[in-house]
Design a protein around this ligand. Sequence first.
Ligand code: AGP
Length: 622
Amino acid sequence: MCGIVGYVGTQEATSILINGLERLEYRGYDSAGIATVTRGELHCVRAQGKLFNLRQKLETEVNPSQIGIAHTRWATHGVPAEHNAHPHRDMYNRVAVVQNGIIENYQEIKAELINQGYQFTSETDTEVIPQLLSSYLPAKPQGDDFLIAVQKTVNRLQGAFALGILCVDYSDEIIIVRHQAPLVIGFGQGEFFCASDVTAIVPHTSTVLYLENGEIARLTPIGVELYDFELKRLRRFPRNLDLTHVSVDKDGFKHFMLKEIHEQPTVVQSCLDHYLKNEAEDNPICLNLDPQIYTNTQQIMILACGTSWHAGLVGKYLLEQLAGIPTSVQYASEYRYAPSPILPNTLTIGVTQSGETADTLAALSMEKQRYLNLSREGKFKILGITSRPESSLAQVVEQIINTHGGIEIGVASTKSFIAQLMSFYLLALDFASRRGTLSREKINNIVKGLRQLPGQIEEIIREQNRTIEAIAHQFSETQDFIFIGRGINFPIALEGALKLKEISYIHAEGYPAGEMKHGPIALLDAKVPVVAIAVPGEVHDKVLSNAQEAKARDARLIGVSSLDDRVALSVFDDILSVPMVDELLSPILTVIPLQLLAYHIAAIKGLDVDQPRNLAKSVTVE
Ligand code: AGP
């Protein structure tokens, strides 16, 4: 949430910063701003709304400079307005700050500063930072005074934050701080970059250093110095990134979301290529996890938010049904304030596309601490599933399964979800194979099915995209939708509803099909369409009966089903067709038409599909 970019070097800073913001806009788009030091003065240009507005302002406000910081905002404290936009400055215009995070004790600090005569112009938590910093700066700062003032300030702040700071008296110095919100430094020749996400840096360099929690860095044209919060000098070395998957272009698609839907066959294939060996091997899966994970695990707990939580629900089904391991799935945001009693030999899995979700990271850190306190009474392991192995998640978990989903820009997750599902299939099969809970024949059959998925996803997109677009036209005015599914497709009903809510702003709910008659069926009438996931398998007939119950209440029925399924054809008014597939593997296919349905409804309504209102891609605040 919120994106930070910084540049110091020999090039004109503004265009580098604005291009960086463009690549970070998915993190928030309520306002944007930039601060530079030009001719010995601090200049700040800010605009409410999307980056486009800031670009327009900058056409008339030109401040040439070789140093600057910039920000794209997702509002937490204070409405999305220009006076709340970052960078924020102190009342003497000496210091400018961009922040990603939340300062929890800002009111206490603000009251203190107001008592000292400081005047505030915004409702944000961030504004206390430049004001406080300014109060620690001598009238004529020199040497390390700026750095020391930053250190004093940071030690007063509570919360989770990443900062980029400029001081007018230091026209070739940016100081950045990381405390539980991501920051990465890019190394060029006589120039240095910093950003919340490497996507903003990759056009310039692939040599990067990820800051760790509790670190301060000073960036000047001659180098980078790293310190802890006590200003003890640290030495860590940058590394070279593999940039294969760092593409932030639409590649001819109208929206990133549509592009990312189309990338799903490749994502599945890439996951298979990385983790599947020859079927003739003893165990065809090679996740290379710590062997203790396989021997010790007696139960699994999955922690995640949003779409990743839905992937966790499918994971639970697979781990319990294929590998026989009792599994619970918790909302990280709830769990961190009401954790379950600890059971020995638990494997905790954090699932997060971005690897930066504050609630998921906090819940995992809490578990890590609880396990450390009890380590003599059982064996505990923490695993992460993410498409961003370089993210903050790596600092919390012991091992990561890289989903190989690549960077996702559309705020509504599509290919990340598919990649997470694939990781759970492979993890469950890996356990099943090592523990002998499934026969070799059964495992080989499932693996064979997995290998067919890329082609089948491609087929759905190729054959169904137009049909689904046509169906979508009928629902642009619809106010409410219900999605139902059972068993392994219940989480897909939840995911289908979430996609629709997020980008089309239509109220939608996902329910286990059998639960409808326990209350939600009261909502149904001719104005509330019901989408039912009914693929051949154990719950096929049950879902169709539940769909019939909805039809008897005049609901319009849309089925996610196979065109070869005659019974389904006779029940549903419209079919979003998927190929015939084993029910166990069906979630990888059934979610695709639901993504397309949500996409087309939102696109038909003319909504901003990639940057829906009120949302941000990485939720780095609590
Ligand atoms: C998905 O479409 C959402 N944008 C959101 O629910 C997301 O899945 C959630 O915020 C978790 O993000 P993460 O996977 O990066 O942790």
